[in-house]
Design a protein around this ligand. Structure first.
Ligand code: CMC
Length: 434
C-alpha cells in the first residue's frame, strides 16, 4: 500500500492504480474506490459489506473493539443515565442536545402529532388477529405514505422535518394499536399530558374503563430501551432505509422497508429469539441443561446459535448490554421478581459462555438483546411485540440517517455490482427440441 493519503493497487501484468485514502474524525480510514472501475475495469467483492463504507455519516460512532457507542459524540452511558428518549431523539435528529427551551418546543411538537388519521385505524381490521405484529407494522407504516401527502417533497427540508415529527410521534400509537388489535381490545387514544414513554405504556396497557397508573421505574426502563436502540449507524435496517431512500422513495415507505429488514432474527428479531431460547432451556431443565445447550451451539453440524450473543461490530462487550443488565435488575426488583428464573438462567448462561474458548476466541459477547427480552417480558410486553418496540426506538435513527443521505450532495442511487457466476451467452432451443 502507498503513502499516507494514497493506496496503490497492483494488478494484472505490472499495472497499478493509486486510490485516495480518506479520513473521518474517528475510526478507520477508507480507501476511496469510486474511480476503481473506470480506471481498472474491476469491481470490488464484499458481501455483507464487511469492509465497505457506503456513506459518510456524522450521527453515530461505534468502536467495536473497545465497546464504545457515541450518538453525535456523546457516550451512550451518559445519555442513558442523564437524558430521556425525546432529548436523545432531538440530539440524533439535530446534532446537538437541546436547551430546556428547545426541548420543550420539540416535546410539544411531537406531542401534537401523536394521533393517526382516523381512517388508518381501518387498516388494522384487514389483518388477521393472529398476524405477527411486525407484519402489521410493515403494512400500516407503509400506508402512512398514502395519508400524509403534504410532506412528500423530499427535497424540501421543511417537508422532511414534518415527516420526521410524524414518524417519531405516531410510531408509539401505531405499535400500541397493533398490540390492542392482536388481543381484541379497543385502541387507546394518546394522552398528551403524559411523557412520550408513559403515553406509549398507557396506550399499550391501559383500557378506556379505568385510569392508567404510571409507574416511573417501569417508564424509565422502557425509555432506556428506546434510548439504547435509537440508532446504531449503518446496520442492516438502516442501510435498507438508505437504499430505499436513495431512489427518492417516499419517507414512510422507506421506514416500512427498514421495519421489514429489522424483523429478521439476526437483527431486531434477536431479543424475541433470545427469550424463546431461554424459555426452551428452562423447559428442558434450566441451569443444569446449559452445558448441553452450549455443546449444541458449538457443534459445527448444528444450526443452533446462542441468541443475544455476537455482533458484527462489537468484538468486546456491547455497552448497551451492560446498561440493559442494570435495567433488568431495577425492573425485576421493582416488580418483586428478583428470583425470575429466566434472569437467573441468563446470568448463568452468560457466565459460562464468557469463560468458554469457543466464544472467547470468536470474540462473542452478549449484545443488547440478551437482556432486553427479559426486561420487556417483566414489563408485560408480549414476546411477539419486542421487535415492534425496537422499530419504535429505531425510527428516529432511520429518519435521521435518511435525512442525512438526502442532504448529502455525494449521495447516489444505491446500486451494488456483482460477480456474475451464471451461464454465459447461449441460444434458446425451441421447446419441442429441449
Ligand atoms: N452463537 C454461536 N456462534 C456464533 C454466534 C452465536 N450467537 N454468533 C457468531 N457465531 C460464530 C459463527 O458461527 C462463526 O463461527 P466460525 O468462524 O467457526 O464459522 C463466528 O462466530 C463469526 O460469526 P459470523 O456469523 O461470521 O459473524 P457476523 O458478524 O456475520 O454475525 C451476528 C453477527 C449478530 C449476525 C451473529 O453473531 C448472530 O447471528 N448472533 C445471534 C443473533 C443476535 O443476537 N443478533 C442481535 C445483534 S444485536 C441487535 C441488532 O443489531 O439488531
Amino acid at each position: 500500500m502507498g503513502s499516507n493519503d494514497k493506496a496503490v493497487l497492483n494488478y494484472g501484468e505490472g499495472q497499478a492504480v493509486e486510490l485516495p485514502i480518506m479520513s473521518g474524525s474517528m475510526g478507520p480510514d477508507v480507501v476511496d474506490i469510486r474511480q476503481l472501475y473506470a480506471k481498472t475495469g474491476m469491481f470490488t467483492y464484499d458481501p455483507g459489506f464487511m469492509s465497505t463504507a457506503a456513506c459518510r455519516s456524522a450521527i453515530t460512532y461505534i468502536d467495536g473493539d473497545t465497546g464504545v457507542l457515541l450518538y453525535r459524540g456523546y457516550p451512550i452511558e451518559q445519555l442513558a443515565q442523564q437524558c430521556d428518549f425525546l432529548e436523545v431523539a432531538y440530539l440524533i435528529l439535530n446534532g446537538e442536545l437541546p436547551s430546556a427551551e428547545q426541548k420543550a418546543k420539540f416535546v410539544y411538537t411531537v406531542t401534537r402529532h401523536t394521533m393517526v388519521h382516523d381512517q388508518l385505524t381501518r387498516f388494522y381490521s384487514g389483518f388477521r388477529r393472529d398476524s405477527h405484529p411486525m407484519a402489521v407494522m410493515v403494512g400500516v407504516v407503509g400506508a402512512l405514505s398514502a395519508f400524509y401527502h403534504d410532506s412528500l417533497d423530499i427535497n424540501d427540508p421543511h417537508h422532511r422535518e414534518v415527516a420526521a415529527f410524524r414518524l417519531v410521534a405516531k410510531m408509539p400509537t401505531i405499535v400500541a394499536m397493533a398490540y390492542k388489535y392482536s388481543i381484541g381490545l379497543p385502541f387507546m387514544y394518546p394522552k398528551n399530558d403524559l411523557s412520550y414513554t408513559a403515553n406509549f405504556m398507557r396506550m399499550m396497557f391501559g383500557v378506556p374503563t379505568e385510569d392508567y397508573v404510571v409507574n416511573d421505574v417501569l417508564v424509565r426502563a422502557l425509555d432506556r430501551i428506546l434510548i439504547l436502540h435509537a440508532d446504531h449507524e449503518q446496520n442492516a435496517s438502516t442501510s435498507t432505509v438508505r437504499l430505499a431512500g436513495s431512489s427518492g422513495a417516499n419517507p414512510f415507505a422507506c421506514i416500512a422497508s427498514g421495519i421489514a429488514c429489522l424483523w429478521g432474527p439476526a437483527h431486531g428479531g434477536a431479543n424475541e429469539a433470545a427469550l424463546n431460547m431461554l424459555g426452551d432451556i428452562q423447559k428442558q431443565g434450566g441451569v443444569a441443561k446449559i452445558g448441553e445447550f452450549i455443546r449444541q451451539v458449538k457443534d459445527k453440524n448444528s444450526t443452533v446459535k446462542l441468541m443475544g450473543f455476537g455482533h458484527r461490530v462489537y468484538k468486546n462487550y456491547d455497552p448497551r448490554a451492560k446498561l440493559m443488565r442494570e435495567t433488568t435488575h431495577e425492573v425485576l426488583h421493582e416488580l418483586g421478581l428478583q428470583d425470575d428464573p429466566l434472569f437467573k438462567l441468563a446470568i448463568a448462561l452468560e457466565k459460562i459462555a464468557l469463560e468458554d474458548d469457543y466464544f472467547v476466541s470468536r470474540k462473542l459477547y452478549p449484545n443488547v438483546d440478551f437482556y432486553s427480552g427479559i426486561v420487556q417480558r417483566a414489563l408485560g410486553i408480549p414476546t411477539a411485540m419486542f421487535t415492534c418496540i425496537f422499530a419504535l426506538a429505531r425510527t428516529v435513527g432511520w429518519i435521521a440517517q435518511w435525512n442525512e443521505m438526502i442532504s448529502d450532495s455525494e449521495q447516489k442511487i444505491g446500486r451494488p455490482r456483482q460477480l456474475f457466476t451464471g451461464a454465459t451467452r447461449r441460444d434458446v432451443v425451441p421447446i419441442a427440441q429441449r
